[in-house]
Design a protein around this ligand. Structure first.
Ligand SMILES: Nc1ncnc2c1ncn2[C@@H]1O[C@H](COP(=O)(O)OP(=O)(O)OP(=O)(O)O)[C@@H](O)[C@H]1O
Ligand SMILES: [Mg+2]
Length: 208
């Protein structure tokens, strides 16, 4: 039987594959046309590495992170790789997560991305989707919302974050070379983060 964490990562991989061309097209506008290619190459490699019955969440996340780090060039591989590795450190030996644990996992993922990429909110990166999403998730959980409700609200915040990236100038990565001309384009990494969060939410919806 496939484990929960295997199903969750599989769904992320499936959504990334479905959006490969879309993500690449977004990166063509403000980058170097490879974000969808990078992400789908990474997750194809991840799925080759994972055992369907592996249930240790931390071990699976660690393998996911290591694979993204080693197989994906560019900025996004090391950034997402670090996010999964940091998330894995908190979840070793666990087969289920409480809402509070999931909140800590998300926060650790953000800390990893920021440590590696030295970006903050407002620079037109994946952080513009992830940070508001995790803030919203934490708020909902502290108000006593159930996991799916909190994840729904997080996805909504991430979607707004993606929209926000259209309005700002890129100051990190290749998109920053465009300066003012980056305005009007949505950030590819913020978009892949939204896709990831929606996959996590949809996995949770199916599970409950
Ligand atoms: N320092 C950073 N911190 C957080 N996210 C970043 C950073 N630099 C780039 N990104 C994200 O990575 C995405 C681009 O990923 P991609 O797979 O295309 O790698 P890349 O072509 O090497 O990136 P880039 O052209 O941005 O250097 C961007 O859309 C942005 O969201
Ligand atoms: Mg690129």
């Amino acid at each position: 039987m496939p484990s929960g964490i295997y199903k969750c990562i599989s769904l992320i991989a499936e959504r990334i594959a479905q959006n490969k061309d879309f993500l690449t097209e977004l990166d063509r506008e403000i980058g170097d046309s490879d974000h969808g290619i990078n992400m789908s190459r990474g997750f194809t490699a991840v799925m080759e590495q994972l055992q369907p019955d592996a249930s240790d969440i931390g071990a699976v996340l660690k393998k996911t992170g290591m694979t993204l780090l080693s197989k994906v060039g560019g900025a996004s591989g090391p950034l997402y790789g670090t996010a999964y590795l940091e998330a894995g450190k908190l979840t070793l030996g666990k087969t289920e997560l409480t809402p509070d644990e999931l909140k800590s996992v998300f926060e650790a993922a953000i800390a990893g991305i920021q440590k590696r990429g030295k970006a903050v909110k407002g620079e037109k990166t994946m952080l513009d989707a992830i940070i508001p999403a995790v803030e919203k998730f934490s708020q909902k959980i502290s108000e006593g919302a159930d996991l799916v409700t909190a994840l729904d609200a997080a996805c909504e915040a991430a979607r707004e974050g993606v929209e926000y990236t259209k309005t700002i100038i890129a100051t990190k990565g290749r998109a920053s070379y465009l300066g003012e001309r980056s305005i009007g384009h949505q950030d590819p990494g913020a978009t892949s983060s939204l896709i990831t969060l929606e996959a996590i939410r949809d996995y949770m919806k199916e599970k409950i």
